[in-house]
Design a protein around this ligand. Structure first.
Ligand code: AR6
Length: 177
């Protein structure tokens, strides 16, 4: 898979599937979640209400999907990152699970291009450098899972969209670009 890096607003970048850093209720919030719901409109919220009331929302480290409404995408994949408690609550494993489960959902949807925000690094306070390392390692782990299972993979491009310069610089450095 190709990895691309962008600085800016994830809701402005056309892709097949946009990943959202949601919360377990799926009923909206601030940060990137707020931006996605604001720009995407009522279709996303309607689907989220169904997921919330009929399926209990989304657990930390899991991923579900909805329509994308007015966003330049076919789907929004909602994942719930862990809140950082100093690393004693399985946060690293849960963050890795967010990326892998989101990619598995993208593959199920047949998405070719998938954009990710920097999950958990906002109000959930996950250390930014560690989060970026996990995000990039998760891509490799996903590829390994696909190869071992001999499953087809629709995802050809993953775009990491950083809203903050500091995250962009961390990814740039880790990717060596
Ligand atoms: N495009 C790309 N990235 C963005 C955008 C945007 N438009 N806006 C913010 N970010 P956060 P979390 C970045 O707090 O830490 C919500 O209320 C931001 O700079 O959105 O996973 C949910 O409902 C940061 O790097 O998500 C949950 O309650 C990254 O997105 C809670 O926040 C993640 O920051 C989830 O917290």
């Amino acid at each position: 898979m190709n990895i691309e890096l962008k600085l800016g607003d994830i809701t402005a970048i056309p892709v097949d599937a946009i990943v959202n850093a949601a919360n377990t209720s799926l009923l909206g919030g601030g940060g990137v979640d707020g931006a996605i719901h604001r720009k995407g409109g009522h279709e996303i919220f309607e689907d989220c209400v169904v997921l919330s009331t009929q399926h209990g929302g989304c657990k930390v480290g899991e991923a579900v999907y909805t329509r994308a409404g007015k966003l330049p995408a076919q789907h929004v994949i909602h994942t719930v990152g862990p809140i950082w408690y100093g690393g004693v609550k399985n946060e690293e494993k849960l963050l890795k699970s967010c990326y892998i489960k989101a990619l598995q959902v993208a593959n199920k949807l047949g998405a070719k291009t998938v954009s990710f925000p920097n999950i958990s690094t906002g109000v959930y306070r996950f250390p930014k450098e560690k989060a970026a390392q996990i995000a990039l390692q998760s891509i490799k782990d996903y590829e390994e899972i696909i190869a071992n299972a001999q499953t087809a993979n629709s995802v050809s491009t993953v775009i990491f969209v950083c809203f903050e310069q500091v995250n962009y610089d961390i990814y740039k450095n880790l990717l060596g670009i």
